[in-house]
Write a protein that binds this ligand. Structure first.
Ligand code: DGL
Length: 289
């Protein structure tokens, strides 16, 4: 048992799609969420910048005494080196491993599509895991950089004409490949799930990284004996790096009935690396994703 909160971060608010799932699956857990709203998007940036931002995000969460860190960001999960995440003082997971495993279980014809940010697609992270899991898999990847700003700006209502056009522009080629499974490889994308689903058709299974990772986290907390002693009543504290103005509406959009909790702006650049505790060996020795 461990009653400390789970730390979750993303480049912006997309990681709230993972928080929503965590609230559903683990309602007794407290969560500290950091969204780097002042520096989003990460996905169009270079590798070194993404790693530097991820280090500061992790240093902030460690300062909040979290028991487990979840990078609810496809971009960070694909870029932050396992050689570093395995030496953090608490267990760490990204979203790639669990999401790829769900896609591997879902495909029937072995043709899987991956969409994500430029950095995620360039890294080949999902593809590397899928090649190990599905012998002979055929992979089709496409970067969709405009999806993140569309979601952050609330262009997610069903049938939004601008979003519909962008979806058609990005996904027509993928649809024509005959994939039966599509990984929404960025945590912002589940907010476009219905529109993407309509475009791809009912025979294509859409895989949500937040959902896959929340389920995997439940298993990991159980295996490491890190679950909260409560079964209900967990709370969320939100932190962002830009103004908190408008956060309530965005939070409602991402979290629906799972929303609620105080929000505070922090100066993320002040969190230095390595954080005091990061030089210790990973207490639990558990890293994945
Ligand atoms: N939610 C982030 C991801 O999963 C968005 C990345 C970005 O900031 O570009 O990749």
């Amino acid at each position: 048992m461990d009653n400390r909160p789970i730390g979750v971060f993303d480049s912006g608010l997309g990681g709230l799609t993972a928080v929503r799932q965590l609230r559903q699956v683990l309602p007794g857990e407290d969560i500290v969420y950091f969204g780097d709203t002042g520096r989003v998007p990460y996905g169009s940036r270079g590798r070194e910048t993404i790693i530097q931002y991820a280090r500061q995000d992790i240093a902030f969460l460690l300062s909040q005494d979290v028991k487990f860190i979840v990078a609810a960001c496809g971009t960070v999960s694909s870029t932050y080196p396992p050689s570093e995440s395995s030496h953090l003082p608490v267990p760490f997971t990204g979203v790639v491993g669990a999401t790829a495993r769900c896609a591997a279980a879902a495909t029937r014809n072995g043709r899987i599509g991956v969409i994500g940010t430029q950095a995620t697609v360039r890294s080949g992270s999902y593809q590397a895991v899928l090649r190990q899991l599905v012998p002979g898999v055929q992979l089709f990847a496409k970067a969709c950089p405009l999806f993140v700003p569309l979601v952050e700006n609330g262009y997610v209502n069903d049938g939004n004409p601008v979003t519909k056009l962008v979806i058609a522009d990005y996904l027509t080629e993928l649809r024509d490949t005959g994939i039966d499974t599509l990984i929404l490889g960025c945590t912002h994308y589940p907010l476009l799930e219905r529109m993407i689903g309509e475009f791809m058709g009912p025979d294509v299974a859409l895989i949500d990284p937040g959902k896959s990772t929340a389920n995997a986290l439940e298993d990991a907390l159980g295996a490491l004996d890190l679950k909260n002693s409560r079964d209900t009543g967990g709370a969320v504290r939100f932190y962002v790096s830009d103004s908190t103005e408008g956060f309530a509406e965005q939070e409602a959009l991402f979290l629906g009935k799972y929303g609620g909790g105080p929000v505070e702006q922090i100066a993320i650049e002040q969190y230095a690396w390595p954080p005091a505790a990061a030089s210790q060996a990973n207490r639990q020795g558990k890293t994945n994703g």
